[in-house]
Design a protein around this ligand. Structure first.
Ligand code: HEM
Length: 246
């Protein structure tokens, strides 16, 4: 059996892992915030029939996206801002939430970080889903599918974690918190593992991180999604075999 990482090492690794996506959020929030404050400037710089072609040229970076966010300030600009703030809240509360020393010695801090993590997950998940459902044509068919898949998991897993802890099911709570992080870690993973993205794509990297999360859940003795599904199947078979238990 390998040596376990210390709680402090885990926290440091989680802070480092969050950095690329949090920096990306800070940079993009700055652009989105300025555009929302000063939409006229976006129209001046970008409202050009050739914006699509000149999109990548200096001074016109991301014109299509910027025009979209300005024209749809609520569902484009503010939703994306909320998404990035929620995602950063989740990524930066994780090093406290997953530190077992803090859990043992400072329960209040663990609880606050846990609520921040759950809130961050819910905000990021809802915004990812709404950005995709309201404007699906901005994404390829496959991206619509992956956004809906990861967005639903990002919204559902913190809610399951909250439900479990409120019902006193600590093991299930821990499993759903780890699962939520494994879903949220995808976008940062794309930036850290750029070489792998070239081989298995964004979706492959997200799936890999999700499966690593399931392995960690299994290693610490919690129920993986696979076990839960086979238990569910067993229960329904039992109910079908014994209609009296319905
Ligand atoms: C795992 C589930 C997630 C899904 C399905 C998702 C989906 C999306 C979508 C649909 C967009 C809008 C893209 C556009 O308008 O062109 C977006 C942008 C963004 N998301 Fe997420 N997201 C997820 C998690 C996260 C997390 C945890 C963070 C952490 C902070 C994050 C940070 C960002 C940033 C920074 C952008 C703006 C990218 C840019 O244009 O520079 N996302 N995401």
């Amino acid at each position: 059996m390998g040596k376990r990482l210390s709680p402090r090492t885990i926290s440091i690794l989680l802070v480092l892992f969050a950095l690329p996506i949090v920096f990306n959020s800070a940079g993009t929030s700055n652009v989105v915030g300025n555009d929302l404050n000063n939409p006229e400037a976006v129209y001046e710089n970008c409202d050009d029939p050739q914006a699509e072609e000149i999109e990548e040229t200096e001074g016109n970076e991301g014109c299509l996206d910027r025009l979209h966010r300005t024209e749809h300030a609520f569902n484009g600009g503010w939703t994306l801002l909320g998404h990035m703030v929620g995602g950063s809240l989740l990524m930066f509360s994780a090093p406290i939430t997953f530190n077992s020393n803090i859990l043992k010695q400072r329960k209040g801090l663990h609880r606050k970080a846990g609520y921040a993590f759950i809130l961050g997950g819910v905000i990021t998940g809802i915004s990812a889903l709404s950005m995709t459902i309201i404007f699906p044509d901005r994404f390829s068919g496959f991206n619509v599918f992956t956004n809906l898949l990861w967005g639903t998991l990002l919204l559902g897993s913190p809610l399951m974690a909250l439900r479990a802890i409120l019902a006193g099911r600590v093991k299930s709570h821990r499993a759903w918190m780890i699962r939520c992080y494994a879903v949220a870690a995808g976008p940062s993973g794309h930036r850290w593992l750029g070489f792998l993205v070239g081989i298995i794509g964004d979706f492959g990297v997200s799936l890999l991180i999700f499966l690593i999360g399931e392995m960690i859940i299994r290693k610490v003795g919690l129920k993986t999604l696979k076990t839960m599904m086979s238990i569910d199947k067993g229960v329904s078979r039992h109910i079908l075999d014994n209609p009296s238990t319905k």
